[in-house]
Design a protein around this ligand. Structure first.
Ligand code: ADP
Ligand code: MG
Length: 285
């Protein structure tokens, strides 16, 4: 289309397109609702003996891990350890060859599609932000808000005051209040990352997965991101994969070290840092 258009055509990021497909699918049933999540035993995610092979190469090799409700878990490990593949399995992007993956007590993740898992309350932040660059920061948060689509169909429909308050709270949380009316495309790299985290949080995920969230951030942005994650811990369950050890040290309670597709060590940062096996495969190099 070459004709002048207003509003200008916006390229919809893949994640939002999938969301739209998901909304369409929900009218046909068989979609998990966040209310179905049963965390009565205090565990939000449970992986047991997960194996994934790519052409015979074991990217995940009997990986077992469990995340408590409200936990902020850091996952570290050398390149190729299987960190991203683990997130792919949790979110349904990659199917495990064997093993068990449960969201809460009752939701068997292996039975659901990527869109269904997202809808059930597992949010994922990829390294490259997927935001609407041609919309303002405020509009980005508005677009990602969970709302009854039958009632509020378009971006420019009236927001309720409760919805405005929620957006304002999120702007404060991700430190973008002063940039609310700026086009998202004009934000700094770090601000774009925070905006995407805010957009994910607007959907009220029960578990948030973040793959290398501070890659490419300035020291100051990294510091602010650490503060943000510490604020989120407790209210949200977070799994953070990160290479930046200073950042991990700042936010970590419990650290899981992956190596060759399995858990090599798990514990407090100082424990894993002093573990001879970890030093050998990773920190000592
Ligand atoms: P990490 O995120 O810890 O660096 P990954 O999970 O990306 O590690 O990768 C684990 C291993 O699996 C690597 O050796 C990688 O090359 C391999 N791998 C990941 N995805 C694929 C794929 N789609 N096809 C083939 N090999 C893959
Ligand atoms: Mg990776």
């Amino acid at each position: 289309m070459t004709a002048w258009m207003w509003p200008p055509p916006v390229e919809i990021p893949e994640r939002h397109r999938r969301k739209a497909m998901d909304d369409a699918a929900s009218s046909y049933g068989r979609v998990l609702k966040p209310g179905q999540l049963d965390t009565s035993h205090g565990v939000v995610l449970y992986l047991d003996n997960i194996c994934v092979s790519f052409d015979g190469f074991k990217a995940l090799n009997n990986l077992s891990l469990s995340i408590d409700v409200g936990e902020l878990r850091c996952v570290i490990g050398p390149n190729g350890a299987g960190k991203t593949t683990m997130m792919d399995v949790i979110t349904g992007k990659t199917r495990a060859d064997s093993g068990t993956a449960f969201f809460g007590q009752t939701i068997d993740l292996k039975q659901y599609s990527e869109v269904e898992i997202a809808q059930a309350g597992i949010g994922r932040k990829f390294q490259k932000p997927t935001i609407f660059e041609q919309h303002t920061v405020f509009e980005n948060l508005e677009l990602s808000m969970k709302a009854d689509k039958r009632v509020r169909k378009t971006l420019f429909a009236r927001l309720s005051s409760a919805e405005r308050d929620r957006i304002a709270e999120m702007l404060t949380l991700v430190r973008l209040t002063d940039s609310a009316d700026r086009l998202a495309g004009l934000l700094s790299h770090g601000q774009k990352q925070w905006l995407e985290i805010g957009m994910l949080l607007m959907q009220e995920p029960r578990l948030l997965l973040l793959d290398e969230p501070v890659a490419g951030m300035s020291d100051d942005e990294t510091e602010r991101t650490a503060e943000l994650f510490l604020t989120l811990a407790g209210k949200h369950s977070l799994v953070v994969v990160e290479h930046d050890m200073a950042f991990v040290d700042k936010i970590a309670r419990k650290v899981t070290v992956l190596h060759e597709g399995s858990v090599l060590a798990e514990g407090a940062m100082n424990e894993v840092q002093n573990d001879p096996r970890v030093i050998e495969v990773y920190l000592g190099r």
